[in-house]
Design a protein around this ligand. Structure first.
Ligand code: ADP
Ligand code: ZN
Length: 433
């Protein structure tokens, strides 16, 4: 399998660390000289960039949170004057006010390079017809993938998100070989294709590059079966760059992090101390080459673990496991922590339901109540009340087993849970906490 930039992507660890240290020093000087907010923060703990001796010393620096970045809205954390910023994006605002970020020409060049790497790792090559069904706009998904795929010389079809029937028509007529979107939208497209009586044999799909939201292994299998492609996961976030931070290789066992551009740490979100190698914790990133919008120890709120073992593909960059969810997506019901991805993992294993669902949490008489709206599969819909009740009980039992807590299951008609062309909204929390 080919590697886009073997010089860097297969670099020995010690050499990589030398580069990381050199780039980290550059970044610290860069923000100290150019961004008041970082200078004040460093000064407040008596830190000067020249104090940094080793990569581990990064742990002496303060964290940056999403809240901090929001405070800087819109441009006050930029490290270059606006005339050097050639592109602006902003986060989706899934969990609040969006964060606005900028890119210099150099940043855009790096971004395309890093997306070219993850796309190559996923198996995309020149000659592929890549249908980008991520939204184009302030969201980083569309444009991010666009320039990276162009960089490798693939044929890019910038459809953007939405108009699902048209998506299927284009997919069929243009013979798209690569589909780029969120996993939940991929599943929805599979559904629309089925309704249009377009089978996977009528399509020419080969590879899926999915990301921007958590998804389970079961969901991967389901999308693969229904669309006839190999589904790969990739991870990124606006604050750090966008897509291209990490992506799966053909081993599909963890996403290689582009470590020559991003320094990664995993911390315990409670104690803020580093976890033991290979343990689950919150990802923290420091950018190493970004010019317009560098971040220092940015707390992502995303939970996962790093995989220290080497990968069979030959890349030496560390892998991260699939993201389990965000700390702020985690719901605590009667003291039990639940991630939407756990519900998804349970549902894909049950025949007769679709992995489209919504979780509703409410508090009645001081007690948390958990309800999961589960969509039935067309073929399982029945008029028999007895069968329905029995089926509902089965789904409840399965969920209880996976979640470790009882949830009320409400079965709903096929295609009644709202579909989005972007990130699925899984949780409705009605509690006034
Ligand atoms: P927002 O935080 O407002 O959704 P972004 O569009 O920048 O803004 O989304 C980045 C976030 O999306 C990440 O922090 C992470 O929570 C989620 N995400 C991105 N890629 C993945 C992935 N492959 N798996 C799970 N979650 C992902
Ligand atoms: Zn690999």
């Amino acid at each position: 399998m080919s590697i886009w930039n073997p010089e860097y992507e297969t670099m020995p660890r010690h050499r990589l660390e030398e580069i990381q240290l050199q780039r980290l020093k550059w970044t610290l000087n860069w923000v100290y000289e150019r961004v008041d907010w970082y200078r004040k923060k460093f000064d407040s703990i008596g830190f000067k960039p020249s104090h940094l001796r080793s990569l581990e010393d990064v742990r002496n620096l303060p964290f940056t949170t999403k809240h901090d970045l929001r405070e800087g809205y819109p441009f006050s954390l930029f490290a270059v004057p606006l005339e050097q910023v050639v592109r602006i994006h902003s986060s989706s605002g899934t969990t609040g006010k969006p964060v606005v970020v900028g890119y210099t020409r150099g940043d855009l060049n790096t971004w395309a390079e890093l997306v070219a790497r993850i796309a190559t790792a996923a198996g995309v090559q020149r000659g592929d017809v890549c249908q980008i069904s991520f939204g184009y706009g302030l969201f980083t998904g569309g444009f991010g993938l666009h320039y990276g795929l162009e960089r490798i010389g693939a044929t890019v079809v910038p459809v953007s998100a939405g108009q699902s029937e048209r998506q299927i028509q284009i997919m069929k007529d243009f013979g798209s070989t690569v589909l780029v979107c969120t996993p939940s939208y991929a599943l929805h497209l599979a559904e629309v294709a089925e309704q249009m009586e377009v089978s996977k044999e009528d399509l020419n799909l080969r590879v899926g590059m999915f990301g921007a939201e958590p998804w389970s292994e079961g969901m991967r299998k389901e999308i693969e079966d229904r669309l006839g492609l190999q589904a790969t996961d990739n991870y990124g976030l606006t604050e750090v760059m966008g897509p291209g931070v990490a992506g799966e290789c053909r081993e599909r066992n963890g996403m290689h992090i582009n470590e020559d551009h991003f320094l990664v740490e995993v911390i315990d979100p409670e104690t803020l101390e580093p976890v033991e190698p290979g343990e689950v914790g919150e990802l923290v990133f420091t950018t190493l080459t970004k010019e317009a919008f560098p971040v220092i120890r940015f707390r992502t709120r995303d939970l996962t673990r790093l995989i220290p073992e080497p990968c069979a593909c030959g890349r030496t960059f560390m892998r991260m496991e699939k993201v389990r969810g965000r700390t702020d997506d985690m719901i605590i019901v009667r003291g039990v922590n639940i991630f939407p991805s756990q519900v998804e993992a349970a549902l894909v294993e049950i025949e007769g339901v679709e992995p489209h669902f919504q979780i509703i949490v409410d508090r009645k008489a001081h007690l948390d109540e958990l309800e999961v709206m589960v969509e039935m599969n067309e073929k399982f819909v029945t008029d028999s009340m007895k069968k329905l009740v029995q089926f509902q009980k089965e789904v409840e039992a399965k969920l209880a087993q996976k979640l470790g807590i009882r949830a009320k299951v409400t079965l709903v008609e096929p295609r009644t849970i709202e579909r989005t062309a972007g990130k699925a909204k899984r949780v409705i929390d009605k509690r006034q906490l």
